[in-house]
Ligand binder design. Structure first.
Ligand code: DGL
Length: 260
């Protein structure tokens, strides 16, 4: 466990993902909390997390949290469903005083959309195999078909948010549902939020649900409850860090600023 200094309202917020996916959460955070300073860490060198064993993702998440705590962050946002599933409970037990906000696939809101068709839930193999998902599924899984998507986050890492190869991936993934009534699609991986436009073309008019806004609202509530929200006159900002090669930060910046 890393020793850390308890933050105050002016301290930054640490946020991480295995790569660029968490930038979809950061975009929402910057929009809803413009006075906060964010330090985003993309663990690009160790991506993907979603096809690695739970223990490996836990160890990697611990390592990243340690790096963020060296920067005196006042809270941690796990902007990754896979790391949430593998590490959130352990990290919360280890850092009892630190607000740790995490993601979960939006099965609960999706359950409100279900009537006589199906809801598709897309996430990494690690997320879908995890206990947390099983628990959510037991509560809200009626009519939900879970689709593990190995190889999908890599498209987003490459900056490929559309095009023939991605369409071919989805053609194959969605082919069993061509004649079904699809009532909703859960984007249970923060990378997939960047693929909304491409996925929407397969299911016109069908709601696509990610947990990004809900997670940021939860962050705000947790900070408020602890008196840690930055004051309205504080200057917000973003710092992007990566364990990967130099260009990784450029790709994060591009996605942060992209008009989608
Ligand atoms: N962005 C991550 C998530 O939300 C995972 C992608 C990966 O590393 O496999 O699950």
């Amino acid at each position: 466990m890393t020793e850390y200094k308890k933050g105050d309202a002016l301290s930054p917020i640490g946020m991480f993902d295995s790569g660029v996916g968490g930038i979809s959460v950061l975009r929402e955070a910057v929009r809803l909390l413009p006075n906060e300073r964010f330090i985003f860490y993309g663990d690009t060198r160790n991506a993907p997390y979603g096809t690695k064993p739970r223990e490996t993702v836990l160890a990697l998440s611990r390592q990243v949290v340690g790096k963020l705590l060296e920067r005196d962050v006042k809270a941690i946002v796990i902007a990754c469903n896979t790391a949430t599933s593998a590490a959130a409970a352990d990290l919360r037990a280890e850092y009892t005083d630190l607000p740790i906000i995490a993601m979960e696939p939006a099965l609960k809101p999706a359950s409100l959309l279900h009537s006589d068709g199906v809801v598709l839930s897309l996430a990494t193999p690690g997320t879908i195999a995890g206990e947390k998902y099983a628990h959510l599924y037991a509560l809200y899984g009626e009519g939900v078909v879970s689709l593990p998507c190995p190889g999908l986050m890599e498209f987003v890492e490459r900056g490929e948010l559309g095009g023939p190869a991605l369409n071919a991936y989805f053609d194959q993934l969605f082919s069993p549902f061509r004649d079904k009534k699809v009532e909703g699609v859960v984007l249970g991986c923060t990378h997939y939020s960047f693929l909304k436009r491409t996925i929407a073309a397969f299911f016109p008019g069908v709601p696509l649900l990610d947990g990004n806004e809900g997670t940021v609202r939860q962050l705000r509530r947790r900070l408020e409850a602890k008196g840690l929200l930055a004051p309205a006159d504080a200057e917000g900002g973003v710092e992007l860090l990566s364990s990967g090669e130099g260009e990784a930060v450029g790709r994060m910046k591009a996605l942060l600023e992209a008009v989608l």
